[in-house]
Design a protein around this ligand. Structure first.
Ligand code: UTP
Length: 292
C-alpha cells in the first residue's frame, strides 16, 4: 500500500430527496453556497490535501457535475472577447492541469456503500479518501482532509472524520464507540448506522470524510442492504475494524450539514458573512433585519 493519499472518491449519485423539487433535474451537490457549488468546496478541500485523482460516482441527471469541472469553450471565448480576464481565470483554474477527473456511473442509488464500491477498479491497491460534498467543512487553517491525511501518514490505517453531536440526533449518522489514544484520536471499537438515541454507543458521529484502506472493497462485497434498505458504508467499516485498526479523528473546523435545508441556510449565511465582496453589506442587511 502506498504511503500517500492521491485519490478521492466523491459519491454524488444520491437522490437528494430532502431538497426536492430543487434536486429534481439538478444534483444536490451543485447547489451553490454563495457563489460556488457544494462539490467545488469539496474538490478544493481535496486538492489542498494533495489529491491528484478525483473520482466522481454519478447517477442520473449528474451531467452538470461533469460539465462544471470540464473546459467551457463557448463561455471562455465569450469572456475573453469581453475582456473579463478575472472572471475567465475564475472558471479556468478550478482543476489544476496535473489533476485527473474520472466519472463512474452508479446505475441505481443503492446506498453510499454501493456508490463507494463502484470506485474499486480506479482505486486499485492504495488507501483513498471519500468526501461527501453535502458536509461542507470550513477549516481556514489547513482543511479537514489535510488534517486526516497527516493522521494517515503517521498511523497507516483507515481514519474516520468524527464530530460530537446532540445525543438526540444519532439516527441521522453512523455512530462510533472509540477508545481515546490522545490528540483527538481514538481507536474505533464499534460502529453502528443510524441507531436510536437509547441504543447509540456514544454521540460521536461519522461525518462525510473518510480515509479507507483498499481492504474496504472486500468488505463492501459482503455487505447486504442495512438501514433504510441501502448498502451502507458503515456496515463495511464494521467488518473492516475486526481485521484492521480504524481510527476516529475529531477534526478542527466547522461543519455545515448542507444535506438538510436548515444546515444549508446556515452555511449560506455564515459563508456570506466571510465573503470578501459581500461581507460588509450582508452584515448590515442582517443587522437591519434583526432590528426591524
Ligand atoms: P444521503 O444520505 O444524504 O442521501 O447521501 P441523498 O440521496 O443524497 O439525500 P436525501 O437523504 O435523499 O435528501 C449521502 C451521500 O452519499 C451519496 C449522496 O450523493 C451523498 O453525497 N449517495 C447516496 C450516493 O452517491 N449513492 C447512493 O446510492 C446514496
Amino acid at each position: 500500500m502506498k504511503n500517500a493519499i492521491k485519490k478521492a472518491v466523491f459519491p454524488v449519485a444520491g437522490m437528494g430527496t430532502r431538497f426536492l423539487p430543487a434536486t429534481k433535474a439538478n444534483p444536490k451537490e451543485m447547489l451553490p453556497v454563495v457563489d460556488k457549488p457544494l462539490i467545488q468546496y469539496a474538490v478544493e478541500e481535496a486538492l489542498a490535501a494533495g489529491i491528484e485523482v478525483l473520482v466522481f460516482i454519478t447517477g442520473s441527471n449528474k451531467r452538470a457535475i461533469e460539465d462544471h469541472f470540464d473546459k467551457a469553450y463557448e463561455l471562455e471565448n465569450e469572456l475573453e472577447l469581453r475582456g473579463k480576464t478575472e472572471t475567465l481565470k475564475l472558471i479556468q483554474n478550478i482543476i489544476p492541469p496535473h489533476v485527473t477527473c474520472v466519472h463512474i456511473r452508479q446505475a441505481e442509488a443503492l446506498g453510499l456503500g454501493h456508490a463507494v464500491g463502484r470506485a474499486k477498479a480506479v482505486i486499485g491497491d492504495e488507501a483513498f479518501a471519500v468526501i461527501l460534498a453535502d458536509d461542507l467543512i470550513d477549516d481556514q487553517a489547513s482543511g479537514c482532509l489535510s488534517q486526516m491525511v497527516q493522521v494517515f501518514k503517521e498511523w497507516q490505517c483507515s481514519v474516520l472524520g468524527v464530530e460530537r453531536i446532540d445525543p438526540t440526533e444519532t439516527q441521522s449518522y453512523g455512530i462510533v464507540r472509540s477508545n481515546s489514544i490522545g490528540n483527538n484520536l481514538g481507536r474505533v471499537e464499534e460502529i453502528v448506522e443510524k441507531p436510536k438515541p437509547e441504543k447509540a454507543p456514544s454521540n460521536l458521529a461519522v461525518v462525510g470524510r473518510y480515509i479507507l484502506t483498499p481492504k474496504i472493497f472486500d468488505k463492501l462485497d459482503l455487505v447486504t442492504p442495512g438501514a433504510g434498505g441501502e448498502i451502507q458504508l458503515t456496515d463495511a467499516i464494521a467488518l473492516l475494524l475486526k481485521e484492521q485498526a480504524v481510527l476516529s479523528y475529531e477534526f478542527s473546523g466547522k461543519r455545515y450539514d448542507c444535506g438538510s435545508k436548515l444546515g444549508y441556510l446556515i452555511a449560506t449565511v455564515e459563508q456570506g458573512l466571510q465573503h470578501e465582496e459581500l461581507k460588509e453589506e450582508f452584515k448590515a442587511y442582517l443587522q437591519g433585519l434583526i432590528l426591524e
